[in-house]
Design a protein around this ligand. Structure first.
Ligand code: SF4
Ligand SMILES: [Zn+2]
Length: 324
C-alpha cells in the first residue's frame, strides 16, 4: 500500500548537507479537523484520509517507501501522518513502535522526525519511540505552531493551540531528550505580503527564543501556503480574497530569519494544491526554487542574496503600494 505522499529533497543535518525522505502516511485523518468541522483553515489533509486504514496498512506504507526509494542518499526520515503521530486512535502505540524498529535498522539514517498536535504529546510517548530508534539517531519532534501571533494562529488559521500549550510541549520535548521542529506558515489568509514576511520572521524569532528558554535544540520549518481543495482558504481564493504568496517573499523571509537558527523551507505541496502555489515569474521561478533547495541543504544564503530578475522591481513596487 502506497502512502498519501512521499518525496526526497535536500536538508541540512547538524551542519552537513544531505537528503531527507518525507513521507505522509495515509491514516484515518486528523481528529481535530473532524471534531471542528474542517480544522485548520489552510489544511487539506482530510481530503486524503481513509477511515478504513488499519495498523497493518500503515506499516505496509512504511515498508513500501523503504523498499521503493533510494535510501542510500537519505539520512533523514520524516514520518508524517494526515494528523498526529501521537494520537493513539490514529497511530496505535504498537504501530509507532513497529515503524521505529524498522527505521532503527537503517544504520546511516541520522535523524527521524515525527509530528503531532500538542494534546497527544507525553514525555513517555516521545521517550518510547526514542528508545526504539536507539542512541545513534536524533529524534526530532515536530509541531505546527504556524504563527507566533495569537490572532493569526487561533482566529484566522483556527489552530486551537495556545502559546502556553506550545511551550509546555517544548518542555516535554526537552525532558524526553528529543529535538524540536516547529512548522510556521508563510502567508496565512487575511494578511498582506509585507505582513506575511514580518509574521514569519517574528515567529521564527519566537521559536528560537522558546527553544533557548527550555534548552532544546531546534529548527524552524517554513511552509509557504498553497491552496488546497475543500478548505476555507480555497473559498477565499476562489472569491479573489486570497492572493498567492510571491516567491520573492520567501526569499525575504529566509534572508531575515536565518540569523535566528537552522531553518528549512518546505516547497512540497503534497500533490494537494492543483498548482496553486507560491510563484514569481516564468523567468526566475525555477531558479528561486533551486536556490531555496540549495539553502535547505547548506544553510548558506549566498545564492539566495544573489538572486535577481526583472519581475522583482514590480513585486517590490506592488508591496510598497500595498497592492499585494
Ligand atoms: S494542520 Fe494539522 S492540526 Fe490542523 S487540521 Fe491539518 S492535520 Fe489537523
Ligand atoms: Zn522573475
Amino acid at each position: 500500500m502506497k502512502p498519501a505522499f512521499y518525496k526526497i529533497s535536500p536538508v541540512n543535518i547538524e551542519g552537513r548537507g544531505s537528503n531527507r525522505l518525507m513521507v505522509v502516511l495515509r491514516t484515518k485523518g486528523c481528529e481535530y479537523a473532524k471534531k471542528t468541522g474542517g480544522g485548520c483553515t489552510v489544511c487539506g489533509f482530510l481530503n486524503h484520509a481513509d477511515q478504513s486504514i488499519t495498523s497493518e496498512d500503515i506499516i505496509a506504507q512504511v515498508d513500501f517507501v523503504l523498499q521503493n526509494c533510494d535510501l542510500s542518499i537519505v539520512e533523514e526520515l520524516d514520518i508524517l501522518t494526515l494528523g498526529s503521530f501521537f494520537n493513539d486512535s490514529e497511530v496505535e502505540p504498537r504501530t509507532r513502535l513497529a515503524i521505529m524498529e524498522r527505521l532503527a535498522k537503517i544504520k546511516h539514517v541520522r535523524r527521524v522526525s515525527v509530528e503531532s498536535r500538542a494534546e497527544y504529546v507525553t514525555v513517555e510517548k516521545i521517550k518510547e519511540i526514542k528508545q526504539a530508534l536507539g542512541p545513534d539517531k536524533i529524534l526530532e519532534f515536530g509541531i505546527g505552531l504556524e504563527s507566533a501571533n495569537d490572532y493569526l494562529r487561533n482566529t484566522v488559521i483556527k489552530k486551537g493551540l495556545t502559546k502556553k500549550s506550545f511551550e509546555n510541549t517544548v518542555a516535554k520535548v526537552k525532558e524526553a531528550g528529543a529535538n524540536l521542529l516547529t512548522y510556521l506558515l508563510v502567508k496565512p489568509p487575511h494578511v498582506s505580503e509585507r505582513e506575511a514576511i514580518d509574521d514569519a520572521v517574528q515567529s521564527a524569532a519566537y521559536v528560537f527564543q522558546a527553544a533557548k528558554k527550555y534548552g532544546v535544540s531546534a529548527r524552524a520549518a517554513f511552509e509557504p501556503v498553497f491552496v488546497c481543495e475543500n478548505t476555507y482558504l480555497e473559498t477565499l481564493y476562489l472569491n479573489s480574497k486570497y492572493r498567492l504568496l510571491n516567491l520573492w517573499s520567501v526569499v525575504e523571509v529566509i534572508k531575515n530569519a536565518h540569523q535566528y537558527g537552522c531553518i528549512f523551507v518546505g516547497l512540497s505541496d503534497e500533490d494537494l494544491s492543483l498548482e496553486r502555489m507560491p510563484y514569481s515569474c516564468s523567468q526566475c521561478n525555477k531558479q528561486i526554487v533551486s536556490e531555496i533547495e540549495n539553502f535547505n541543504r547548506t544553510q548558506d544564503i549566498t545564492g539566495i542574496t544573489g538572486l535577481d530578475c526583472q519581475c522583482k522591481a514590480a513585486y517590490l513596487e506592488k508591496m510598497a503600494n500595498g497592492d499585494i
